[in-house]
Design a protein around this ligand. Structure first.
Ligand code: ZN
Ligand code: ZN
Length: 279
């Protein structure tokens, strides 16, 4: 019988080489390109891309940006009372931080188009699960359950073998939620699970190794510096995500897109019996 380590090794190798039929399941429209470009670019026929946070609430107040209302007032009584009668306002902190003069609904449309172009270039069809980003609103339980059901159906319809997703210990709350969703899908369908380090939040290097291995308890991990041509492709794809670049540069500094950071990808195999869903 194959050992757990051997199984993980085989599963990971199949993702890296493009042999496994993968679902790239991520929170936001830019994550699969930032975190798993190698696997996506090598994916053979049948791979799919699934994005969780693809909608924003549409309150009757319209769509407020950060400057519309000071943060201290957002949860104030007048706002809550007004929301009861005219609908909840939508605050888009990240979009505002990115310097966008667009409403959240317009931002979502632009990001969908940016990502559709990247997926088309990789030959991978993309699907939206309709949940909200944490910047817009708390996701409702119902919305999340619908997303789990929709993701499970997609995995079955496309006969997916492995989900590639965020790690359990991800820094971004939407990324952690997406990991939980992937674990639920895995329990329902029995697919393998591979997690990838979240860029640009986690910086891993060839010299220091991956920073996520311990926390993910994966037996088998692979840190991959992208080859020249592949890196050129990833840089071009990353530059397509124009609505994100300004905000990421402000947060992580202008070096976040440098090759020694973004040109390194980490893959961890989480298949096997030791897996449990972490909250
Ligand atoms: Zn993300
Ligand atoms: Zn790593």
């Amino acid at each position: 019988m194959m050992s757990e380590r051997d199984y993980q090794e085989r599963s990971l190798a199949a993702v890296m080489s493009g042999e496994a039929r993968c679902a790239f399941l991520f929170a936001h429209y830019d994550d699969s390109v930032f975190d798993a470009f190698h696997a996506m670019a090598h994916a053979s026929g049948g791979a799919i891309d699934i994005v969780l946070c693809t909608e924003c609430p549409r309150g009757r107040w319209g769509e407020f940006r950060r400057r519309s209302l000071p943060p201290a007032l957002r949860n104030s009584l007048p706002v809550k009372v007004a929301a009861r009668f005219v609908g909840r306002p939508v605050f888009a902190e990240w979009d505002y931080y990115c310097g966008l003069a667009l409403t959240p609904a317009e931002v979502i449309d632009v990001r969908r188009a940016e990502h559709a172009a990247a997926c088309a270039a990789a030959g991978v069809p993309t699907f939206a699960l309709g949940d909200y980003e944490v910047q817009y609103s708390r996701s409702s339980r119902t919305r999340y359950r619908h997303a789990v059901d929709a993701a499970t159906a997609l995995l079955r319809d496309h006969d997916v073998q492995t989900i590639v997703t965020h790690p359990a210990s991800a820094r971004h709350p939407d990324h952690r939620r997406t990991h939980r969703l992937a674990q639920e899908c895995r329990e329902r369908t029995g697919v393998d699970l591979v997690t990838v380090c979240e860029r640009p939040y986690t910086v891993c290097s060839e010299a220091d190794g991956c920073r996520e291995v311990e926390t993910d308890s994966a037996l088998v991990a692979s840190l991959l510096p992208l080859a020249d041509e592949e890196w050129a492709g990833k840089l071009a794809a990353t530059n397509e995500y124009r609505t994100q670049i300004g905000g990421l540069e402000k947060t992580f500094g202008s070096a976040w897109m440098d090759r020694d950071r973004l040109g390194v990808e980490c893959y961890h195999s989480l298949c096997g019996s030791q897996i449990s869903v972490r909250q």
